[in-house]
Each structure stands twice: as C-alpha cells, then as structure tokens.
Design a protein. Structure first.
Lengths: 280, 323, 324
C-alpha cells in the first residue's frame, strides 16, 4: 500500500499536485453534495418565459433553451462523468495490468501474439473503436458504456506494465525468488505487481482525464450518455443550437470539463514526477 | 539497415491486417441492425428490406462476409455506402484533400510553432514565459476540441464576424473568380478549424519538446560546445535541439491518433468536408461500410506515420544508421 | 616567464536545499606561466573541476562566481566579460578538455564537423580550409589515418581516440592555455600514458600553458612543473613537483603520499587518512583538515592562510610557521 501512498504524498507536496488535488476535491464535493439543493436538472419549469435566461442569482449559470437550470445540470452531469471515468479507468488498468504481466512474464509466443494485438488496437484511434461498436446500437445503457470505454483503454497500460515486468525480471531479487522455487503466481503477485503500481498510478490519474474527454466527445456525438440525463458533452451538443442566444448553456459545461481534466492531469504529472523523476 | 526496414514494414503490415480484423468483427458483432436507420427515414416493406440485406450481403454468415470484404479490399473496393449508395472508396477519395489540408496545416504548425515554443521554454526555464506557457499548455491539453471549436466559432465567426465558421468554401463566391480568390477563400475558412486543432495539439508537442530539451541541455557535450566559444544560438539549435528532436519524432507516432480523433470533432463542428465529418455522418446513418472504410483509413494513417517516424529516426541518428 | 593566467581569491557558490549558499570553491589563488604545466590535485568534492569551469565562466546556474574573485587572462578580466567578448575567450584563449569523451562529444555530428566548427567560430575560413586544418589537428594528436576519421561519428571510435579528438577540438582555435579536467580518468591505463604524452608534446610545440586537473598523483610526477593540492575548496599546498614529492609539508599531502604504494624502496604499510572528506555544504571551522589531521593542535582552530614553508613552496598549515 505504501507503494501507492508514497507517490501521492509526494505529489501533494508539489504546488502543481496540490492545486490539482484541491480543485478536484472542490469539483467532487460540488458534484456529490450540491444536487439536493439545486433544482431538478430534468425539470422544464417554464419552457416559454424561462428559457435561455442569462446567469443570475436564481440561476447562477443561467438556463438553457428548455428552461432547465444549467448549474444543476452541470453538477448532476458531473456525477455521471466522474463515476464513468473512475470505473472505466479501473477496468482499463486491471485489464492492462493483467495482460502486461502475462505477456512480460511468459514471453515467447504468448507475448508476441498479445503485443501484436495491442499494436493493432493502438493503431485504430480509440474513438473509432467506440464508434464502430456504438454506431449500430440504439441507446446504450450507462453500464455498457462504461464497460466499452474501459475495454478500449487498456492497450497502452499493458505495454507499460510489460516493459516494467521485463525490466524487473532481471533484478536479482526476482531471480533469487525463482531460484528458490517460488511459483509463478507468487513471483507475479508478490514481486512484480507491487513494483508496477507506480506506473499504474500514473496511468490511472492521467487516464481519468482522457476518459472524461472521451465520454464528453461521445455524448457530443449523441453516442454517450443519452438524454434527457444530463452530461457535459450532451449539454454542449444542445447548446449548439443556441450558441448565439444563450452561450452560457455551452460555456459552463465546457469550463467544467477543462477544470476537471486539468486538475486530474496536474495530479497525474505530479505523481509521475514522484514515480519516475527524470526530466521536468 | 535495409533488413531492419523490411522487418519493420512487415510488422506494420501485420499490425494493419490485425486492425482490419478488429475493425470488421467489432462492427459486425456489435448488437444492432445496420439497416434499422434506413427504415426510419422512409417506411420499407419487408421485401425491400430483404432485397437490401441481400445486396449488402448481410444475409450471409459473418465469416463469409469477412472473406468477401477482404476480397473486395484486394481490388481496392471498400464496399458501398448505405447512406449515399456510392462506393466507399469514391466517397473517401473525394474527402481526402480537405482532411489533408487541415491535417497538414496543423502538423506544420506543430512542428514549427510547437517545437520552437518548447525549445524557448526549456532554454529560459523557470522564467515568466515558461511558467505561463506551461499553464496554458496544460489547460489547452484539458480542453475538448469540439468545445473550443464552438467557442472560437461563436466569438470569431459570429460575434466579431471576422472569419467564416463553417464549410470550406463560400458558396456565394463567383466560380470564375480565379484561383487566387478561391485559394484565399479556402484559406479564410481554414483558419478557425486549424486554429482549434492546433491549440489542442501544440499543447502536447510543446510539453514533449520542452522536457526532451531539458534532458539534453544537462548533457556534457553541451558544455563542450559552449567551451568552444560557439554562439548561443548554435549551441541551442545545432547541438541541443538536434538531439532533443528525436523523442519528439518518436512520440509523433504515438500522438497522431489524438490528432485524427481531434479532427473528427473539429471537422464536425466546422462542417469541414473531410473524412472526419464523413465518419460522423456515417455513425448517424449506421453506414457500416463507410464507417469501416474510414476507420481502416485512420488505422492506416497511424501505422504509416509511425513507420515513417521510425524511419526518419533511423536515418537521422548516426548511432542507428551506422551500427 | 610570461604570466598568462592569474587567479585570485576565486570563490564559487551554490544554493543548498534551503536556499542558503555554500562555497565548493572557497578562495583559490594561483598563477600560470607560459609553457608550464601545473597540476591541480585533489579528491572528488574538493572543488577542482568547478575551479576549471570558472575559468571559462561555465559554472552552471544556479551556481555563480562570488564577487571578490578575480580571474585575469593576460590583461583581461575574464569575470567582467559578457556576450561576444566572452565568446572570444572560450576556445580561442583557453581550450578545455573534459573527463568523459563519450558523453562530451555530440553523437550526431562527425568528428570533422565538431573540430571544424571550433575553428570557424574564431577564424573566418571556408569549410574546405577548416577541414584541412581539422585534418592536420588529427594528425597532430596522433590519430592514424586521419582522413577517414574526419567523417566518423564519436561512437565509431575507441575511448583513446575520442579523447584525442577532444584534444584536437580544444586546440582548434589555437588557445594559449589548455585546461585538462581529468583527461585520463575514463581511459584504460595503457591509453592514459599515450594521452599524457600527446598533451606534453603539444604543450612544448605550441608553447601553451597547461592546467592539469586530476585526483591521481601518479600521473603528476614527471609531467607537471608545479603542483597545487586542493582540499575542501582551497589550495592547501603548492610547490614545484620535485619538491612536493620530496618534501610534502601539509599533513593532507603527506597523508596522500602515505596511502599510495611505492614500487621502489622498502615496502611500507598503507595508511589511509582517517575520516572522510567534508561536505561542501558544511566546511569545518578553522583549518578544514583539522578533524582528520594527526598533527592538529590548538592554533588549528583558526583557519590558516597559505604560508611559505620554503621559497616557492607554500602550505596552508600553522606548522609551516615553525619550520622557518
């Protein structure tokens, strides 16, 4: 566990890491705790008179063209985005670590085959992979979306883990362990895996930002979170129509994305410096 | 060297072949009926649907479909678009120039502006410019390209009325106006989409170049160069940058997929008639042959770019060339 | 004797983790005459490399040369130079050879290019002329078949040849002073002697002054005219070589000699100097060698200055007072 806590603690000490962590904390707090105090994000109380209102005391982020409160939609949309991001990244990391460990440890044909598949999957931009699957479907439930995003995000991680495993295998303590007759399972879980946690942590923090952008993009194309459930990307899509009359409807969800991804990346950078302090 | 080239090219071909498999089976095995969208527009009788199914080969087993697809691919036939009813290859070739123009411009900006800014940052590390640029690039990196595009389109195109925010050409431009006027017209339309995509991508390039440069500037041979009494510009660009460019070159292959993805969104937002907007349209129509065709092309671009950058690296680094 | 270099009270400082500045080079004074070789000897951490970098104003930031230091090259104050004037000094009046030729040569340029640019930075000659001169330089440093070597890349050459290339680069602009920072440390023993011989030959043929920086007393004998021993950022003893070897007066120097085995003469037990080299961030007060010195006495609480033990033989030790 200290392997994970140490880089995080180190990241907290840097101005960058701390700024990122604080912003993320604020966003998470708002997103988790504020919705009960805000108007219903789906409600359209006054579609004629209350539509496209500029930001005011009653509506700090204004209303969109259907008179829905933008602030509450940003907050609730944020919930979904963060949850999707965290779970999808968790899935990607697990798959990536597994494949990387197997490929790195067993080598040979298994390694070669796995890495060829990884190369091919990396050649097709992640968005296209998702488009190929999502295009055919009607309305994809959120859990399926999370699964798909997670299933398309492990390729890079597997390469990183594999590289780490290859390096670690040559270390004397691993060889000693094998010479003493430790089973492959023991070597993998006791020696190799803990040392890959550092790079995995980096991949996790940076991956969250990537997934948020990806999910927003999919929602923007109508393929992600389905309306009327609010999502940041979906809000931007809706705002296209009223770009001129109600720019705030699209501005705030975009800013929310930028702040969230930025803070995740800041943390990720700080963690990466802690794990692998070459270059700044 | 030649052996390495052959080996690397073979590897690239295998990768592309597996990608093809991946693309095809991903699409065909996903739940959903490709023809369902068509019948939303206008009601089709079951007989018509059956006829369409037969025409697109959808009534045959998946394996057989794959075989005929590959067979067609060998002849340069990527199938027929469900949406347009025309060969995919034709549609794709029509759209390539626009995407090349946008992509090429962005790449050029990345390798000039992006590289120069990264080097400047590294040389004046810790200065006000460095800190500001770092913050800006981190923010730009976190910005969704489609949102940035809309913001720019709104501000520059609509509010300030400076530049066109949609399409590639002005439909009202006199067709006989001469090629300079046409070029200028396309140029004006190019600015906003290229700017959007460049901002997001240069953020990344700048960071890679900066960190690569910082590593090289620490090395002993830089001190040697200074001790010779070389002018500072020579030390930075000829000695340091010549070595710091390699990591950027290799990263190019990894980072190109992001550029391809970004262009999908940007083309969509600005109605730029390229492959990206073609793909987005294909999604809406469940036009799977068109979607497969564009995905395959995207994969081919990524694989080729990776191969080219590896080749460039091998040619430029004498340690690789003569070993 | 023409004096080519005068260094007086050179101090170089760096900031530590807390921001306070410490001085790895703390008051170094020496001179160099035309045609002579002076060795600057000391263990790692004594500040000798930084001293040499300071001569060319190559101290890496955030380090800096402290005010009150003086480096005079002929009549020119090196520390007061900026920009183009400084560039004119580097390579043209002082040439420098670095320790590890593998990392000190740019891997993507040919040997010929790297020598040639040193020439063209200071002389307005054509590329062809620079190439000619580079060829002659390679011959001069003793590289066989120099014609083909001109277009070779550093990684294609052996360690000894790379160091010869480094010497050629340092000589390209025909400097009056050559600073060699540990020129043989990274090389095999057999090659070491060859390189030192090359340096010697070039020195006499060109009438240069050589500052030889090393931790190895062995290469100093027979090659340097004078030796200065550095410890903890200061010169602790300075004498003509023969006299230093015959009669080292500073306890540190004596300790160095006692820890080196001798081939001739009776075999004696090697006595290492007890303790370890102090960290530059915390120099001991008073005489810096006091914590390790077998002859320390109460006056050593006060930091000694360089006292003359004999003519031309100075020592930073209070014991030298008594010997006069």
């Amino acid at each position: 566990m200290t392997v994970l806590l140490e880089p995080l603690r180190h990241a907290w000490r840097t101005p960058r890491g701390r700024a990122g962590a604080l912003v993320l904390l604020v966003i998470a707090t708002v997103v988790i705790f504020s919705p009960p105090f805000l108007p219903d994000p789906l409600a359209q109380p006054d579609p004629i008179g209350g539509a496209s209102l500029a930001p005011s005391i009653t509506h700090p982020f204004g209303t969109d063209q259907l008179s829905r409160d933008v602030l509450s939609r940003v907050a609730v949309g944020g919930r979904v985005s963060l949850v999707v991001a965290v779970i999808a990244v968790g899935l990607s990391l697990t798959l990536g670590a597994l494949v990387g460990l197997v490929a790195g440890y067993w080598g040979g044909v298994v390694d070669a085959a796995l890495m060829r598949v990884v190369d091919a999957a990396l050649a097709v931009p992640r968005l296209f992979l998702l488009l190929l699957v999502l295009a055919m479907s009607e309305r994809v439930p959120v859990w399926a979306l999370v699964l798909l995003i997670g299933a398309t995000g492990w390729f890079g991680t597997s390469r990183i883990v594999r590289a780490e495993v290859l390096r670690l295998r040559e270390e004397s303590y691993v060889r000693a362990s094998e010479a003493l007759g430790a089973s492959p399972r023991r070597v993998i879980f006791r020696h190799l895996l803990p040392n890959t946690l550092g790079p995995l942590l980096v991949a996790a923090t940076l991956g969250v930002g990537d997934v948020i952008l990806l999910e927003a993009g999919l929602s923007f194309l109508g393929l992600g979170i389905q309306p009327p459930a609010p999502s940041w990307g979906g809000m931007i899509l809706d705002a296209r129509e009223v770009l001129v009359t109600a720019p705030w409807a699209g501005l705030f969800p975009g800013v929310a994305i930028v702040l969230t991804v930025l803070s995740a990346n800041l943390i990720g950078d700080a963690v990466r410096d802690a794990v692998d302090p070459r270059g700044a | 060297m030649r052996r390495w080239l052959l080996h690397r090219t073979a590897q690239a071909t295998v990768t592309l072949a597996i990608a093809l498999l991946l693309i095809f089976f991903l699409m065909r095995l996903a739940p959903g009926d490709p023809l369902a969208r068509l019948s939303e527009d206008r009601p089709l009788t079951p007989a018509q649907i059956e006829a369409l199914r037969a025409r697109f080969g959808l009534d045959r087993p998946v394996g057989a479909q794959f075989v005929s697809f590959v067979g067609g691919l060998a002849h340069g036939d990527l199938g027929t678009s469900i949406q347009y009813g025309r060969p995919v290859t034709a549609l794709v070739s029509e759209r390539i120039p626009a995407t090349l123009l946008l992509g090429g411009t962005v790449l050029l900006l990345n390798f000039t502006v992006g590289v120069w800014l990264g080097v400047r940052q590294a040389v004046r590390r810790g200065g006000a410019a460095d800190t500001t640029l770092t913050l800006l690039s981190l923010s730009a990196y976190a910005t969704p390209s489609f949102w940035l595009g809309l913001v720019l389109a709104w501000l520059v195109g609509v509010k300030w009325h400076l530049l066109p925010a949609a399409g590639m050409e002005d439909p009202l431009l006199d067709p006989g106006a001469g090629w300079v006027a046409h070029a200028a017209d396309v140029g004006r339309h190019l600015v906003l989409p290229a700017l959007t995509l460049s901002i997001v991508s240069i953020a990344g390039t700048m960071r890679y170049q900066r960190s690569a440069m910082l590593e090289v500037l620490r090395l002993p041979y830089i001190v040697t160069a200074e001790a010779k009494g070389l002018p500072t510009r020579a030390v930075i660009w000829q000695h340091a940058w010549r070595n710091a460019f390699f990591p950027v070159l290799t990263l190019f292959g990894l980072w190109l997929p992001l550029l391809v993805t970004g262009s999908v969104f940007v083309e969509s937002v600005f109605a730029w008639p390229g492959l990206g907007s073609l793909a987005v349209g294909a999604v809406g129509y469940r036009d799977y042959p068109l979607l497969m065709g564009t995905s395959l092309l995207a994969a081919a671009v990524v694989v080729t770019a990776s191969l080219v950058s590896d080749l460039a690296y091998a040619c430029l680094d004498p340690r690789v060339r003569f070993s | 004797m023409t004096r080519v270099l005068e260094v007086e009270n050179l101090r170089v400082s760096f900031p530590d983790a807390g921001g306070r500045r410490f001085r790895p080079v703390d008051g170094v004074t020496f001179t160099l005459d035309r045609g002579e070789t002076m060795a600057l000897v000391g263990e790692s951490g004594c500040g000798k490399s930084l001293t040499s970098l300071a001569l060319l104003r190559l101290i890496p930031p955030p380090g800096r040369v402290e005010p009150g230091s003086s480096i005079r090259l002929g009549g020119t104050d090196v520390l007061g130079l900026e920009g183009e004037a400084l560039r004119q000094i580097r390579g043209r009046r002082i040439g420098m050879i670095f320790q590890d030729p593998m990392t000190s040569l740019n891997p993507v340029f040919t040997v010929g290019d790297q020598i040639g640019e040193g020439i063209r930075a200071h002389f307005p000659v054509s590329r062809a002329e620079a190439r000619e001169r580079s060829l002659r330089l390679l011959q001069e440093v003793g590289i066989p078949d120099p014609g083909s070597r001109l277009d070779a890349y550093p990684h294609q050459l052996s360690g000894g040849m790379r160091q010869r290339v480094m010497i050629a680069i340092a000589l390209a602009a025909e400097p009056e002073i050559l600073v060699a920072d540990e020129p043989t440390t990274a090389l095999d023993v057999t090659v070491q002697a060859q390189i030192l011989e090359v340096l010697d030959r070039l020195r006499s043929s060109r009438g240069m002054a050589v500052l030889l920086i090393t931790h190895d007393l062995g290469i100093v004998a027979g090659r340097a005219d004078r030796v200065a021993v550095m410890y903890a950022g200061q010169i602790v003893e300075e004498a003509p070589t023969a006299r230093l070897f015959a009669n080292p007066s500073h306890p540190y120097t004596q300790g160095l000699f006692a820890s080196v085995p001798r081939i001739r003469g009776p075999a004696h037990r090697l006595t290492p100097i007890p303790g370890s080299v102090p960290s530059p961030t915390a120099w001991p007060s008073g005489c810096r060698f006091r914590p390790r010195c077998p002859k320390a006495f109460d006056k050593c609480e006060v930091e000694p200055s360089l006292l003359p033990a004999e003519p031309e033989h100075r020592t930073r030790c209070w014991l030298a007072e008594g010997s006069r």
